[in-house]
Design a protein around this ligand. Structure first.
Ligand code: NAD
Ligand code: ZN
Length: 348
């Protein structure tokens, strides 16, 4: 069967033949319905070298996956062949306090995880393939009625990551509050919808690309601002000089982090989601008073159940371009060149 594999750091992935995976005890093989094309994969191809991450190529890409149960290993109960499922992507040890709550992202016994701080498509074989081995059945979330694997795949990262980031700021997203989304790509365009569906805050979207700003307006953003020298002043004036209660940076470059700091309101949240390599200097007078600065990584399994519910009810909808597995390299190229509106997914 075919798989798109990252064979080495600083290289383009290759479509190669691999053996069909077989499930061991407690494991499940899914037939992949779709795998999302994430900007993080571009970072994997370009930004890392040996020793920087706790795992190494080769592995099959695709950390945002949904499909149908294909084969069950010994001892797996509660799943049926053919059942549509989403894959919860971060795979921890399964027994530490965090993993027991479904917070595999912050597993505290990484030595006993399948790979430390990784998952399918991140050190282990992911979903850019016809079949995918899921090493523990607990990582599969049955899809609610109304959601098929093609629409569910991107919700497992491009949906779950902004959902987690928005959810932790809910107490600050009261009526009258303003949220700023910087970067309306795969994550950001779902982030805008999650803000609109789960809070009464006004949503301001920022991007360098006109197409992304148009998409944000289509998806319910109250106001859009082109990235650039005037962006901070425009957001300040939109918030009557106060600044935004919650700023979510889905880029994470020096310039977007500076924009985030200069548009945050005192007592607000400044959440860094993008892995753009930038630095935010934090100091007493460098950020507004009592701004909480945090990074967030992916989300929890219970949150995936919640975001799938938003998807099944049509409250969150991925704006999606579909590519075949033999066009996956093209999909990454289009993402690199800023040609994707919303998310691209690969379907084998
Ligand atoms: P994407 O390429 O689909 O979207 C990025 C968007 O940001 C694009 O619309 C682009 O035009 C816009 N942009 C670029 N530079 C900008 C600037 N200076 N100002 C405003 N907008 C700008 O990427 P994605 O797949 O949505 O991922 C976004 C980032 O989040 C990546 O760095 C990715 O690695 C990271 N990520 C983080 C997590 C996490 O758990 N923290 C999870 C997934 C992805
Ligand atoms: Zn754990």
């Amino acid at each position: 069967v075919r798989a798109l594999r990252l064979l080495d750091w600083k290289s383009e992935p290759e479509l190669v033949e691999v053996p069909r995976p077989e499930p061991g005890p407690g494991q499940v093989v899914i037939r992949v319905g779709a795998a999302g094309v994430c900007h993080s994969d571009l970072h994997l191809m370009h930004d890392f070298s040996p020793g920087m991450l706790p795992w190494e190529p080769p592995f099959t890409l695709g950390h945002e996956n949904a499909g149908w149960v294909h084969a069950l290993g010994n001892g797996v109960t509660g799943l049926e062949i053919g059942q549509p499922v989403a894959v919860y992507g971060p795979w921890g040890c399964g027994t530490c306090a965090r993993c027991r709550l479904g917070i595999d992202t912050y597993c505290e016994d990484q030595a006993n995880a399948p790979v430390p701080s990784g998952g399918g498509g991140l050190g282990l074989d992911g979903g850019m393939a016809e079949f995918m081995l899921v090493p523990d059945a607990r990582h599969l979330v049955p899809l609610p009625d109304g959601l098929d694997p093609l629409d569910a795949a991107s919700l497992t990262d491009a949906g779950l990551t902004p959902y987690h980031a928005v959810r932790r700021s809910w107490p600050k997203l009261v009526p009258g509050a303003t949220a700023v989304v910087i970067g309306v790509g795969g994550l950001g365009h779902i982030g805008v919808q999650i803000l609109k569906a789960t809070t009464a805050a006004r949503v301001v979207a920022v991007d360098t690309r006109d197409a992304a700003l148009r998409l944000a307006l289509d998806l319910g953003a109250d106001h859009v601002v082109p990235a650039g020298d005037d962006a901070a002043a425009e957001i300040r004036s939109y918030t009557a000089g106060r600044g935004a209660d919650v700023v979510l940076d889905f880029v994470g470059s020096d310039s977007t982090l500076a924009l985030a700091a200069s548009t945050s309101r005192s007592l607000g949240d400044l959440t860094i989601v993008g892995i753009g390599g930038g630095t935010l200097p934090v100091s007493f007078f460098g950020v507004p008073y009592e701004v909480s600065v945090q990074t967030t990584y992916w989300g929890t399994r219970p949150e995936l159940v919640e975001v799938l519910d938003l998807g099944a009810r049509g409250l969150v909808k991925t704006s999606q371009s579909v590519y075949g597995l033999d066009q996956a390299l093209r999909a990454y190229q289009d993402l690199r060149e800023g040609k994707i509106e919303g998310r691209a997914v690969v379907t084998p």
